[in-house]
Ligand binder design. Structure first.
Ligand SMILES: Cc1cc2nc3c(=O)[nH]c(=O)nc-3n(C[C@H](O)[C@H](O)[C@H](O)COP(=O)(O)O)c2cc1C
Length: 212
């Protein structure tokens, strides 16, 4: 089955409506010169999404790195794709963003999608690995990321698939210092100290800042 060049972006973030992935997908679509559509994964739309995938030459999975791997929401969806009999298999590309600085943190997740493609008869297309993905959109380096997304889109539109990486052009030590500052400020606003954040008691029942 021959389908015309068009791209479906699928957001695999568990918090899709408020996700960074949504913003990366939106930048992608801004630069895209072929028809493109956007969808989120929910617990009830797997079959509908699988059916939709058949109409596209390309699918781009946009998702965050969770524990060096894929979010469960995306894993569950991939299980459904595996079981669904697609009459046409689009080329699968990925945009993966992670909180840590180094884009290579995303390598294992890229390999997992590559393996999924190889085992299920899909061609793997492009990959964009974004380090500092949680922070970059709120910094002056946003335009540099947009440039990488532009390169990614141009390649996919011309069937020139490639693997690209991005992180902010600052020293790692500066990134870590800024991250600590950010989390400490957020903790302070919520009545949580750095010491409390450094414990494993994230689901402790006792109030973190008991007012007696
Ligand atoms: C449960 C959980 C696990 C995470 N695991 C990692 C990780 O292993 N490595 C990393 O660099 N970032 C990790 N992150 C950070 C996310 O990848 C980061 O916040 C990302 O920007 C979220 O993207 P989204 O807004 O599109 O969901 C994790 C976040 C959560 C909530």
């Amino acid at each position: 089955m021959k389908v015309k060049k068009q791209i479906l972006l699928i957001n695999g973030s568990p918090r899709a409506p408020h996700s960074h992935s949504k913003q990366f997908a939106s930048l992608f679509r801004k630069f895209c010169r072929v028809p493109s559509d956007y969808a989120c994964i929910t617990s009830t739309n797997h079959a509908a999404l699988c059916q939709r995938m058949e109409n596209y030459s390309d699918v781009v999975l946009v998702f965050p790195l969770y524990v060096d791997s894929l979010p469960v929401r995306l894993l569950e969806f991939l299980k459904s794709v595996e079981a669904y009999r697609l009459s046409h298999r689009p080329v699968v590309s990925v945009v993966i963003n992670c909180g840590f600085f180094e884009p290579k943190q995303n390598d294992v997740a890229v390999d997992m999608i590559r393996l999924f493609c190889a085992q299920n008869g899909f061609s793997f297309g492009s990959a964009l690995k974004i380090g500092s993905g949680e922070a970059v959109l709120a910094t002056p380096f946003r335009f540099l990321l947009a440039l990488q997304i532009y390169r990614l889109v141009s390649g996919i539109c011309r069937n020139h698939y490639a693997t690209l990486s991005f992180t902010m052009p600052i020293p790692l030590a500066t990134f870590i210092k800024a991250s600590f500052g950010y989390w400490e400020l957020l903790g302070k606003r919520n009545g949580i100290s750095r010491e409390q954040m450094e414990t494993m008691k994230i689901e402790d029942d006792t109030p973190v800042n008991p007012r007696t």
